[in-house]
Design a binder for this molecule. Structure first.
Ligand code: IMP
Length: 215
């Protein structure tokens, strides 16, 4: 467990981050994050295994939500905690659905489902020629609940929004998210390819650099 310094609550230099709780119960994320962080000697434990319930995500920014989730898990477990928050940001919609990506259709009176979210997205972009968008992911790692210097990392994965779905892998907006450089939608990519190039992968690699700088 990470040691805690007296005074401003910052960690001791070089305090070990060898066991970290992941503030998510998503098995796919746990696998993805554990693979990369394992290489840095960090063991990741899903918060559900430690009896931690999902935290609310009430904030208008990704980073606030990620920090809230990480602090929540650190408070309840006494362990360092890692959280992510992500969403789809569409240029012609001035960044929407953004932080509300999971609830995009629900906020317009629809159901909370990928199909309803995608239907709202396609309809919002009908007739729009600017199809640019990116997936955004922010990661927040707190060494303890009151850590005043959380490690923050972010990733953007740039693409374009299609008006008809392609592919059957992935989740969320993936069938409508086209990567010109790969000539495929995110849902047409093999999971291993998506996991190596996605917004989460970019953010995780940045986090690993930060962790190495700290060591
Ligand atoms: P969360 O950060 O896991 O809560 O994700 C928020 C929402 O953003 C998801 O419910 C999806 O709608 C969207 N999203 C985030 N990452 C992806 C992705 O890799 N593919 C598809 N949709 C995503």
């Amino acid at each position: 467990m990470s040691e805690v310094r007296e005074g401003n609550g910052a960690p001791l230099p070089g305090s070990p981050l060898n066991k970290v709780v992941l503030a998510s119960n998503n098995a796919g994320k746990l696998r993805e994050f554990a693979a990369l962080l394992g290489a840095a000697g960090i063991e990741l434990i899903a918060q559900g295994e430690l009896g931690v319930p999902e935290a609310e995500e009430p904030h208008p920014t990704f980073v606030e939500n990620a920090l809230t989730k990480a602090r929540h898990a650190a408070t309840l477990t006494g362990l360092p905690a890692l959280a992510d928050d992500s969403g789809l940001c569409v240029r012609a919609l001035r960044g929407s659905p953004g932080v509300y990506s999971a609830r995009y259709a629900q906020l317009a009176g629809g159901e909370k489902s990928d199909a309803a979210n995608n239907a709202r997205l396609v309809s919002a972009l009908q007739g729009e020629s600017d199809r640019r968008a990116y997936y955004y992911c922010v990661l927040a790692l707190v060494r303890h609940a009151d850590d005043p210097e959380p490690l923050i990392a972010e990733g953007r994965w740039h693409g374009e929004i299609l008006d008809a779905p392609r592919g059957s892998h992935g989740f969320g907006y993936d069938p409508y998210f086209f990567l010109p450089s790969l000539n495929a939608s995110a849902a047409e990519l093999e999971p291993a390819v998506k996991n190596a190039s996605s917004h989460r992968a970019i953010a995780l690699r940045q986090l690993l650099v930060r962790l190495t700088e700290e060591a």
